[in-house]
Design a protein around this ligand. Structure first.
Ligand SMILES: Nc1ncnc2c1ncn2[C@@H]1O[C@H](COP(=O)(O)OP(=O)(O)OP(=O)(O)O)[C@@H](O)[C@H]1O
Ligand SMILES: [Mg+2]
Length: 338
């Protein structure tokens, strides 16, 4: 363990995961926004169970309903139907009880911009009932743990994007919440800053902190989360570990060849891909053929050769290994767009 990770541990995610219970549970949770332009069914019946100490990811493209789900779990959005419990407490029956037990980092920067790093942490600590000396101590711990030591007197408005995210997460932890909610914590950060933040989140997880994170980055969910729910259009398409997801979706390798010009009906058959062992599915579209298979060897070459025989030039060709990307493709028939 690195020194920094030791500090994060010492700074105390230690309250988390204590009772061996369920950090988050939802049953058929729903939200429809009523707007002037009509009803928007943002969340359409989501059921989840996240045990204490788990790092759980909601993965989905823009507008999938991730923030609305987090909003309901953190009592900021009133559910239209279904139920949800956080740290064992019903979000509708006792929103104040839930608020006391959770830390939340929303998608927008909610720091007090005209306060310093230290003040942001101390004021939040005081808000959660820590005494003055305790608040100073807690702020100091978190500043060290989150690598903000040389920025402690800087105004929040002067922080870099990565520093601001770190301070937002630190601030969400002042009262040692049982469950930490992070809505797209690395959106908009450059790759190096994102990876640095991943390291901090991994340390929190190691310390037993229950975390629900939303992301539209496939590789982020893959890199961090114990289990993932793939969401789209307000529904969970599938959930589990990455391995379970690739297995259960039957997400094999996916080979796609796009041609210049129209694909004749029998092209895939002419290429012999239908009969190959391991092929689960072949989709022919006007300008492309897509093959889902456990045994991708040779498929690409055969498709290109069959195209050439039919007088078609290849525009592009891709081969994806089983991954969250192929899971999404298998479940929705659409390519994942971040
Ligand atoms: N306050 C609101 N009023 C009306 N519609 C809303 C509201 N908030 C969200 N929506 C709509 O609900 C749907 C889900 O939005 P939500 O913000 O939950 O998705 P998201 O997965 O967090 O997306 P993003 O990746 O863009 O953050 C979208 O169609 C969105 O336009
Ligand atoms: Mg969102």
């Amino acid at each position: 363990m690195t020194q920094a990770s030791g500090q994060v541990r010492a700074a105390g995610a230690e309250a988390a995961g204590a009772a061996g219970g369920t950090a988050i549970r939802t049953e058929d949770l729903r939200k429809t926004y009523h707007t002037a332009r009509g009803d928007v069914p943002a969340v359409r019946g989501i059921s989840l169970a996240v045990p204490d100490g788990e790092f759980f990811g909601l993965l989905g493209p823009n507008g999938a309903g991730k923030s609305t789900t987090i909003g309901m779990l953190t009592t900021l959005v009133r559910p239209s139907g279904g139920r949800a419990w956080v740290a064992g407490i019903d979000v509708r029956a006792d929103p104040v009880g839930v608020k006391r037990r959770i830390g939340v980092v929303t998608q927008n920067n909610t720091l007090d911009m005209q306060l310093t790093v230290t003040e942001n942490l101390e004021f939040r600590s005081r808000f959660f009932g820590l005494g003055p000396r305790e608040a100073v101590r807690r702020a100091g711990q978190l500043i060290d743990a989150f690598g903000l030591g040389d920025r402690r007197t800087a105004l929040a408005t002067d922080l870099s994007g990565g520093q601001a995210r770190r301070l937002l997460i630190a601030r969400a932890l002042v009262h040692r919440p049982e469950v930490l909610f992070l809505d797209e914590p690395t959106a908009g950060l450059d790759p190096q800053t994102r990876v640095n933040l991943w390291d901090i989140l991994r340390v929190l997880r190691e310390a037993g902190q229950s975390i629900l994170l939303t992301t539209h980055y496939l590789e982020e969910a893959e890199a961090l989360c114990d289990r993932i729910a793939v969401v789209d259009h307000g529904e969970v398409l599938a959930s589990g570990t990455v391995d379970e997801l690739t297995e259960s979706a039957g997400a094999d390798s996916v080979i796609t060849v796009r041609y210049e010009g129209d694909v004749p009906a029998g092209l895939a058959a002419a290429a012999g891909v239908d009969d190959r062992p391991g092929v689960a599915k072949v989709e022919t579209e006007p300008d492309q053929v897509r093959v889902f298979t456990r045994d991708p060897g040779g498929v690409l070459g055969d498709l290109i050769a069959a195209g050439a025989k039919a007088g078609l030039t290849v525009r592009d060709a891709t081969q994806l290994k089983p991954s969250l990307e192929t899971v999404f493709l298998t479940l929705t028939g659409r390519e994942y767009r971040e």
